[in-house]
Design a binder for this molecule. Sequence first.
Ligand code: MN
Length: 289
Amino acid sequence: MDRSVIQVITGHQQREGGGFVVRRPFPSRGIPNLDPFLMLDELGPVDYAPGEAIGAPDHPHRGFETVSYILEGEAAHADSAGHSGLLGAGDVQWMTAGSGVVHREMPSLKMQKEGGRMHGFQLWVNLPRALKRSPPRYQELRAARIPEATTADGLASVRVIAGSALGIVAPTRTHTPIQYHHWRLRAGASLKLSYPPDQRIGIYVFRGEATLCGRALKAGQLGVLGEGEAFMIEADSPAEFLLLGGTPIGEPIAWSGPFVMNTEAELHEAYADFRAGRMGKIPPEIVRA
Ligand code: MN
């Protein structure tokens, strides 16, 4: 059976971190989550003047994963597990907060000082109950390590951040089966994709306009696909989209700010653990970036 579009969500604007604005298709009034995905934020594209770039200073997470994908600009990060680094165009950071980390996500010092263009995504991937307390894990995928492929007609190409597409497989380790792909379509591209019926699929267009199963999606719109396997996506002019796919976890979600657990009691515990310093702190030897 072929899939069809069951919902189209237009991302709303939301203020996050130190006050930067993101475009957020979910969670929203239309869709609380895209199980196993909790949240998708598009930051920018925004042109920062010198001294204007803002990020998210030290804050905790527990119970899920944060995935940052930078298209333009430079992001600096550091966390209480001792990881730190600089992400540039095309780089991905896949952080499993698991039992708990404190991290900071900032524009690089260079961007804060000189300004520049920033464009990127943050995706939150939920963890099932059995893995919510797993040890924090951190994967940094430099642009060169993210496999790319192009269709035989040359009209569509894909960067495979997680999972597989066009026969290539991402090196990323995920806790549950996840597809995270960045597709670029040229004018006239027509793509037939197929995923097992147990995978939930969402398509977020962020440049141009694409037609998903006959439904037009503009930049900033998420198309949610229903049950089935194959589906078509086409573009009359250049377009780019993210494909998100995963097996729904199907458990209760208790979510408060930076913590995503199964019950309210576990959220109280998370706040108590954070306040007591049990999620650690960013080592002072990591330069404040
Ligand atoms: Mn964060």
